[in-house]
Write a protein that binds this ligand. Structure first.
Ligand SMILES: NC(=O)c1ccc[n+]([C@@H]2O[C@H](COP(=O)([O-])OP(=O)(O)OC[C@H]3O[C@@H](n4cnc5c(N)ncnc54)[C@H](OP(=O)(O)O)[C@@H]3O)[C@@H](O)[C@H]2O)c1
Length: 247
């Protein structure tokens, strides 16, 4: 375990949620979280933090070997008992109980169309930010469906899509020196039970609260807000996250 990660583990009072797989009425001890595109920075970062919190995690990739390598590398950075494995995206979609989509916007639609069958009946968490970059910085790309999350809902009619984790920096997720993330995760969706569950899942990350932030139709501006955070990061040499006040 990296030195600073031990603080959260050894001091339950600092973040009770991160030390129990049961947050409020949500029990995560029996479920597997899959991460499509989990070999990338964001996927490995989320996988690392969830596995560290005790959740069994499957990293997905277009290449099963690449997924296994990423899983082994992430496992090296956390405690020995962490349950983390790698497999092809198809196997992850079929096996995991709850699936995070962490692929670039360019590959988002095609990948989800190809996995609609195995993802049926599952909660699918979309953290994809459709963004472009030019010499003036980051800007939101137009999405015909309104947002990446709404596109996911459209191509996955038998899944329950929730938007979350858009603003959590992969750099921070992967940094072993960062014990507490100290930020909120905005959670959006049309199914109350699913958003409650994803809020609770977010709460397993140290120093994170999952905050309900509206219906899926309001996910476009949440995704686009990431462009503003990129500007903040560039100006202040930071890895900015969000905190919602008075909640
Ligand atoms: N990076 C961040 O700080 C951050 C923060 C919040 C949200 N996000 C969002 O999270 C998503 C992933 O970000 P990232 O930085 O981790 O991206 P990334 O490294 O560019 O891509 C993640 C993984 O997606 C797979 N992939 C690449 N192109 C693909 C395609 N056309 N079809 C299917 N799979 C493809 C690759 O895995 P394989 O080659 O192994 O299949 C890659 O390792 C993005 O949509 C981003 O907007 C990122």
């Amino acid at each position: 375990m990296p030195p600073n990660d031990s603080s959260a583990a050894s001091n339950p009072a600092s973040n009770p949620a991160s030390n129990s797989l049961t947050t409020d009425s949500h029990d995560f001890s029996g479920l597997v979280v899959g991460v499509l595109g989990g070999t990338g920075d964001q996927g490995r970062g989320l996988a690392r933090r969830l596995a560290h919190a005790g959740v069994p995690v499957m990293i997905g990739s277009r290449d099963a070997g690449r997924a296994a390598t990423a899983a082994a590398e992430v496992a090296e950075t956390i405690h020995d008992g962490a349950r983390i494995s790698g497999a092809a995206n198809l196997e992850v979609a079929a096996t995991a109980d709850l699936v995070i989509v962490a692929v670039p916007w360019e590959g988002h639609r095609d990948l989800l169309v190809s996995l609609a069958g195995p993802l049926a009946g599952k909660v699918v968490i979309d953290c994809v930010n459709p963004m472009g970059f030019d010499n003036r910085g980051a800007y939101p790309l137009p999405v015909p469906e309104g947002s990446a999350a709404q596109q996911a809902a459209e191509v996955l009619p038998d899944s329950t899509v929730v938007g979350a984790f858009h603003h959590v920096s992969a750099v921070v997720l992967l940094d072993p020196e960062v014990a507490e993330l100290n930020q909120d995760v905005l959670v959006l969706g049309d199914d109350r039970a699913a958003t409650d569950r994803v809020q609770a899942l977010a709460g397993l990350l140290p120093g994170v609260r999952g905050i309900y932030a509206g219906r899926l139709r309001n996910c476009g501006q949440v995704e686009a807000l990431t462009c503003n955070l990129v500007s903040v990061n560039r100006r202040y040499k930071a890895h900015a996250g969000l905190r919602v006040t008075d909640v």
